[in-house]
Design a protein around this ligand. Structure first.
Ligand SMILES: O=C(O)Cc1cc(O)ccc1O
Ligand SMILES: [Fe+2]
Length: 451
């Protein structure tokens, strides 16, 4: 088994990996950064190789059904309990957690924001800006939507969320997530999933970095069932990449911050907690290249529901009613005949938070810009703006490729509540609803297609 030294000093395995990642979604992986570090045929030998400690990280209850059961066995220099104890609480005032209904903020409405501007000196922790919260972290339902604006790497500083798994959607810049289970480098058009309880440090590879985060308080994201589509297309399992083991044996005064029931707890330690030399299991971080998402759509007429573009879904326990769907609007061909091709006007029981990664979104040719977000909350009507309506109503319906476009939606069954930041500090477009104001009355009582 080979080992390599990464620039950051992390030693990682080169086993079974392409570019330091192992393919598959929810696979049972095994990886070791030092030869023989992983026990074979058992989890808890009396003494582990290299003097490592064995430790289990459980992502589901011990008794979860087999097809959902997730856990990982870690072989590490020190057990986690040596990393994290004696906490004090700290304030990260811009990172909010549900329930967080601010009586001074009105969330009922259609909202849109320009990109949250960059500022100096912000890390993954201090640069997280919550836009909306939904559900309740204490009962493990719902989510929060954040924007991150990050300029600085975390130094001798580590973090984990006991509240949530994080789905990270970069829009600008490149980040490195140095985690207990390996290293994920992430850039726009990729996403990463950071499981609940996983310790990591975020470094800026190319800054400033901006992106979106969906914090999922509930059951983990999984791949949606494809139904009659069959065994292929949409997001394919092999395109998810989990990092190989990587560890550092580094003594340095350090801090670990833990998000737990919406509060931030900090402890001091004298070494890096990224000391897992080998691991095996199916509870692990991964990344996914959105350019490998294979969209399936209307090939004759009409506009299907956007659920056809679901990359990941986090179930709520009620079949077909997601706690969160992560939906991707990427470049694709539009071929439908005699059809109004953009999204239709509609009112949805789910609440839709959208973000633009790059390009133009077909329902909103103006104003919904890369880095920007919009919220069409539960049961609030929305749809194409006037320009999109008129363009699409009169377009020559030859096959057209929507090029250079990538937007996404965090869609949740719960209403999303704006934070004070979203309502008062973020660049809210006060006149957003005007995009529909000039839609003309075309009806004049006589038959025939108008407009
Ligand atoms: O509102 C939106 O722009 C998102 C959306 C897209 C679509 O194609 C159909 C429904 C829908 O909510
Ligand atoms: Fe919508």
């Amino acid at each position: 088994m080979n080992t390599q030294t990464r620039p950051s000093g992390l030693v990682r395995g080169a086993d079974a990996a392409r570019d330091g990642y192992m393919p598959g979604f929810g696979n049972d992986f095994e990886t070791e950064a030092l030869p023989g570090a992983l026990p074979q045929g058992m989890n808890s030998p009396q003494k582990c190789e290299y003097g490592l400690y064995g430790e289990q990280l459980s992502g589901t209850p011990f008794t979860a059904p087999g097809h959902q059961n997730e856990r990982t066995w870690c072989y590490r220099i020190r057990p986690s309990v040596r990393h994290v104890s004696r906490f004090e609480t700290i304030e990260l005032p811009y990172w909010k957690t549900a329930p967080a209904v601010d009586p001074d903020v009105v969330s009922m409405g259609q909202f849109r924001w320009d990109p949250v501007p960059h500022a100096d000196g912000l890390t993954w922790l201090t640069g997280m800006r919550t836009m909306t919260t939904a559900g309740d972290v204490n009962t493990q339902v719902g989510m929060a939507a954040h924007v991150y604006v990050v300029t600085d790497s975390m130094r001798d500083e580590y973090f984990y969320s006991a509240d949530s798994e994080l789905l990270v959607v970069p829009q600008e810049g490149r980040l490195r997530f140095a985690t207990e289970l390996g290293v994920i480098d992430l850039e726009p058009q990729e996403v990463a999933i950071l499981p609940r309880g996983l310790v990591y440090r975020v470094e800026v590879l190319e800054g400033p970095a901006r992106g979106f985060v969906c914090e999922n308080y509930g059951q983990k994201f999984e791949l949606p069932g494809r139904g009659p589509i069959g065994a292929n297309c949409m997001a394919n399992r092999r395109d998810f990449k989990t990092p190989v083991a990587a560890f550092e044996d580094r003594d340095a005064p350090s801090r670990v911050t833990v998000k737990w029931c919406g509060r931030f707890h900090r402890t001091s330690i004298d070494h890096s907690p990224l000391d897992v030399v080998a691991w095996h299991g199916n509870y692990a971080p991964c990344k996914y290249d959105l350019r490998t998402y294979c969209p399936v759509g209307a090939i004759l007429f009409d506009h299907p529901d956007p659920s056809i573009f679901t990359v990941l879904t986090a179930p709520s326990g009620i079949e077909g009613t997601a706690n969160i769907d992560f939906v991707l609007f990427r470049d694709r061909w539009m071929v439908a005949e005699d059809t109004f091709r953009p999204p239709w006007y509609h009112k949805n029981i789910m609440s839709e938070l959208m973000g633009n990664i790059h390009g133009i979104y077909d329902a909103k040719p103006e104003g919904f810009v890369p880095g920007g977000m919009s919220l069409h909350n539960m049961m609030l009507p929305h749809g194409p703006d006037r320009g999109a309506f008129e363009g699409a109503s009169n377009a020559d319906l030859k096959p057209v490729k929507l090029e250079d476009t990538m937007s996404f939606m965090f869609e949740t069954r719960f209403p999303q509540h704006l934070t004070r930041f979203a309502a008062q500090e973020a660049p809210l477009q006060e006149d957003y609803v005007e995009v529909w104001a000039d839609l003309p009355k075309l009806y004049d009582g006589t038959p025939g297609k108008k407009g």
